[in-house]
Design a protein around this ligand. Structure first.
Ligand SMILES: N[C@@H](CCC(=O)N[C@@H](CS)C(=O)NCC(=O)O)C(=O)O
Length: 207
């Protein structure tokens, strides 16, 4: 299997972590998204949306969207429940991540770390406010639970971990969310967990 990815991407990090946790080998195909490599005609054949990560499970077949890739790879493993309702709850949290966490905490972090925040202070403030509401929702849910679904580690926990653990880099402290902090530690303790994301490369910074 090949993974078209950029190492600084937390969406890619989800997939790389899952590969490690499932003990699956893969070939990394680096894509310099900051140099426009995901917006060539050739890359648009892989993902018409021009974004990474893109999984190539076999030559010439491509799957985009990090959470679709997670669900594809987790199929039939301990990380994705077979029970229909529990599986729907996994989907619930993964949709929540894409609707509420990634576009707010993820974008705010990207703007802040690459010098884009001063260009759009009001938009930044709105992203932080919406990201904070997402953390409040997670705190309410995790207050009485060990993991997001059915008290067991699933691919939903890995999915949410990616941008939530980076919230401080978006300027959002996690100290008001003790249940979220305790959950992050439980996720980090999972076998096969990989370490920190590399920083954004120099060419990601706005000039
Ligand atoms: N919803 C997508 C988002 C993917 C995404 O935003 N990828 C970013 C890197 S984290 C990217 O490729 N950006 C390049 C661009 O938009 O030109 C997913 O979960 O995979």
């Amino acid at each position: 299997m090949r993974l078209h990815d950029c190492l600084a991407s937390a969406n890619g990090y989800k997939v790389r972590t899952l590969f490690a946790q499932l003990g699956l080998a893969y070939e990394l195909v680096p894509v310099d998204i900051f140099a426009g490599e995901s917006h060539t005609a050739d890359f648009h054949e892989k993902n018409p949306d021009g974004r990474i990560p893109v999984l190539e499970p076999e030559p010439g077949r491509f799957l985009a969207e990090s959470n679709a890739i997670l669900l594809f790879l987790a199929e039939g493993t301990r990380l994705l429940p077979e029970d229909r309702f529990a599986r729907a709850q996994v989907h619930q949290w993964m949709f929540f991540e894409q609707n509420t966490v990634e576009p707010n905490l993820g974008t705010a972090r990207y703007w802040r770390l690459t010098g884009r925040e001063p260009q759009q202070p009001e938009a930044f403030r709105q992203r932080v406010a919406a990201g904070t509401r997402a953390l409040e929702a997670m705190e309410r849910h995790l207050h009485t639970r060990t993991f997001l679904v059915e008290e067991r580690y699933t691919v939903a926990d890995l999915c949410l971990f990616a941008y939530v653990h980076l919230a401080p880099e978006a300027g959002v402290a996690l100290t008001p969310y003790p249940s979220v902090l305790a959950w992050l530690e439980r996720v980090r303790a999972q076998p096969g967990f990989i370490g920190a994301l590399p920083p954004y490369p120099a060419n990601a910074r706005v000039r």
